[in-house]
Design a protein around this ligand. Structure first.
Ligand code: PLP
Length: 384
């Protein structure tokens, strides 16, 4: 029996040229439906973090669900608009927005800039003035919370490049509220990614409550708590949809929103990771001295996460007929020692030509693919 723990249409996948991303659009829809149901509290609004996956089909599907988009470049703003997200539901974050990007975002009349420094606020103000249009700006505050995730994807600590330090914040708030060309929208936070323990989010709520108490007279129309909700990379079939109820209830129960204040979220991974799989083909099964390697035709150019931050993805051989298993290191063809998808992976006895599924690859997979070693960017296929 092939070890096909999901419902991959193996025969049609076998006919495709590899590597490619395979997206289960039914799971994407079910995830969006559950997310909407779990977040249906007054004032709660979700923005999809486009950086997680900007495949046009995926973007269109998400735009059609009615949520907004969180972007970090002009390219993402354009992709979001092309996919059908209304400009008013687009927020624009990022520590290094260029003048061109700022001007274009003002012209598009996006919903909000999430500004990350006083200097940036000054530049947005200057460009808004030159265009004769007021710019909506929220301030990204660094709440100094350890999200207990990988150090490359934790973003809310004092030494991170992101956000405005709490101690520097009062002056930047003053700058915004006194500016003729800025409409102050509120505060933005994002403490990290792949967060599965809800404690850091509860602490974030407490910090925001204190912050709001410190500014009783300041109008703060919006609080944006960013994204970061993690997924189960070990057991994607047991947890295809993250626990959105637990996540949104943390905010519902701990954050003291003011009357008619809006609460924004920016979820990326939680919405798209589980619906995507990298399908790659075994080129060789190579015997080493103490190990054996399954060499596949997709490498870190197709899926960078393991090489970039030691990310773990479940790996399956979806075509082997063998009842017996063996232990392999699964590696790509790229000329880098870090081009390894998994070490000591137990797989059914694997042969040249078998299809390997690298699961939970819908977020930060295709979006980070490159043509390193002059290899093509993987194609994308969809379940319909
Ligand atoms: N918002 C901001 C500001 C981010 O930097 C990120 C990710 O880096 C996200 C949202 C989305 O994070 P996630 O995909 O973990 O939900």
């Amino acid at each position: 029996m092939p070890m096909n723990t999901t419902n991959f249409p193996i025969e049609s996948l076998r006919a495709e040229s590899t590597p490619f991303y395979y997206y289960d659009l039914h799971l994407l829809d079910a995830t969006l439906d559950k997310m909407k149901e779990s977040s249906s509290f007054p004032g709660f609004h979700i923005h999809y973090a486009v950086k997680a996956n900007s495949n046009p089909e995926i973007l269109k599907r998400i735009a059609a669900s009615g949520i907004g988009a969180d972007t970090v470049s002009l390219g993402e703003i354009r992709a979001a608009i092309a996919a059908g997200f209304p400009a008013a539901k687009i927020v624009f974050a990022g520590v290094g927005k260029t003048d061109e990007e700022i001007a274009a975002a003002i012209e598009y009349e996006i919903g909000c800039f999430n500004a990350e420094s006083d200097e940036e606020v000054g530049v947005i103000e200057e460009i808004a003035k030159s265009l004769g249009k007021k710019a909506p700006v929220a301030l990204r505050i660094n709440p100094e919370i350890d999200a207990h995730t990988h150090h490359y994807i934790t973003t809310g600590l004092a030494e991170n490049k992101f956000g405005i330090a709490m101690s520097l914040m009062p002056d930047v708030v003053e700058h915004c509220v006194n500016s003729e060309w800025i409409e102050f929208k509120g505060f933005h936070f994002h403490i990290g990614s792949q967060i599965t323990d809800m404690t850091p989010y509860r602490i974030l709520c407490e910090k925001i409550n204190i912050l709001q108490e410190e500014y009783p007279d300041l109008a703060i129309p919006t609080i944006n708590v960013g994204g970061g909700l993690g997924i189960d990379y070990d057991n994607p079939e047991d947890h295809p949809i993250p626990d959105f109820d637990e996540f949104f209830n943390i905010f519902k129960n701990n954050l003291h929103l003011r009357p008619s204040q809006q609460l924004h979220f920016e979820l990326g991974r939680a919405l798209v990771a589980q619906c995507g799989t990298l399908i790659t083909r075994v080129t060789f099964v190579k015997k080493g001295v103490n190990k054996q390697f399954v060499i596949v035709d997709g490498g870190m150019n197709a899926l960078l996460r393991p090489a970039l931050y030691q990310a773990h993805h479940k790996i399956e051989n979806i075509t082997s007929e063998s009842e017996k298993t063996e232990v392999y290191d699964v590696a790509g063809p790229i000329c880098e020692s870090s081009d390894v998808f998994g070490e000591n992976v137990q797989l059914p006895v694997t042969h040249r030509g078998d299809l390997i599924a690298i699961r939970s690859a819908g977020a930060y997979g295709e979006a980070m693919a490159s043509s390193y070693n002059s290899r093509p960017i993987p194609a994308s296929k969809f379940s319909r």
